[in-house]
Design a binder for this molecule. Structure first.
Ligand code: ZN
Length: 248
């Protein structure tokens, strides 16, 4: 008579579907098995630790990048995500306390060595993405330098630039204010993800000025808008990755 345990164990391979897409949640045999069973795309997503005005916490990009990486990996079905890099080139934000600035060189070097680690693990495709504007070109250069050296390495910009164009076009049609930083766009996205209400100071929402670090007007930000904007980013990223990975 088979025990209940042996019956459960017999069905374990089927349970792998429910496994986390985040490499940091897995053991190395689980990562090895996942790659062997078809999860051959690695996602590297860079966030940033930077000021976001008096109303929003410095970890904004890291929370958003982690969410996007997970959702994109789930939608693709054949991908795992590395931990988000929490630092990026942030230039002008550095005068606001808490901000961290990496040179393009350091930022690119980290992306390159994580990508090389992914190739060493056996991934066939490595996707490089960035939530923050600074460093996008460095990611493009790294992909160009590494592509074809043991695996395909892709710079995927659409979840950043194409999605941003789409979000701005939506705001304009609704006659809502378009901003460059900590305005209605990113504030809405973090509101949607801020379930424990840790990261937005609702009493500090104000139109931006030179002193506040805000470019835009977050006062009409909402979780509903944020969900829509995040879905635009996910769709843009998934579409570009499918296009690139399909092309061999
Ligand atoms: Zn940024």
């Amino acid at each position: 008579m088979p025990s209940v345990l042996s019956l459960v164990l017999a069905f374990l391979p089927g349970l792998a579907l429910a496994q986390s897409v985040f490499i940091a949640d897995l053991t190395w045999p689980e990562v090895k098995q996942a790659i062997a069973s078809g999860k051959t795309t690695a996602i590297y997503f860079a966030g940033s630790t930077e000021q976001n005005g008096p109303h929003m916490a410095l970890g904004k990009h890291n929370v958003i990048a982690g969410y996007l990486a997970g959702r994109i990996a789930e939608e693709l079905g054949n991908a795992l995500a590395y931990p988000v890099l929490p630092f990026a080139p942030t230039g002008g934000h550095l005068k606001f306390p808490g901000t961290v600035n990496l040179s393009d060189q350091t930022f690119g070097a980290v992306a390159q060595e994580v990508a090389q680690s992914a190739i060493a693990a056996g991934f066939k495709h490595v996707v490089l993405m960035g939530e923050h504007g600074g460093g996008q070109d460095a990611l493009r250069q790294v992909a160009k330098a590494l592509d074809g050296r043991g695996a395909r390495v892709h710079y995927v910009a659409d979840a950043y630039s194409k999605a941003q164009d789409e979000i701005r076009a939506y705001l304009l049609t609704r006659k809502l204010p378009v901003g460059e930083h900590a305005g209605i766009e990113d504030t809405s996205e973090l509101m949607f993800l801020d379930r424990e209400q840790k990261w937005i100071r609702r009493d500090k929402l104000a139109r931006g000025d030179a002193k506040s670090g805000v470019d835009g007007d977050p006062r009409l930000a909402s979780a509903e808008l944020g969900k829509m904007f995040l879905d635009i980013k996910i769709a843009a990223g998934v579409a570009q990755i499918k296009h690139r990975v399909g092309k061999r």
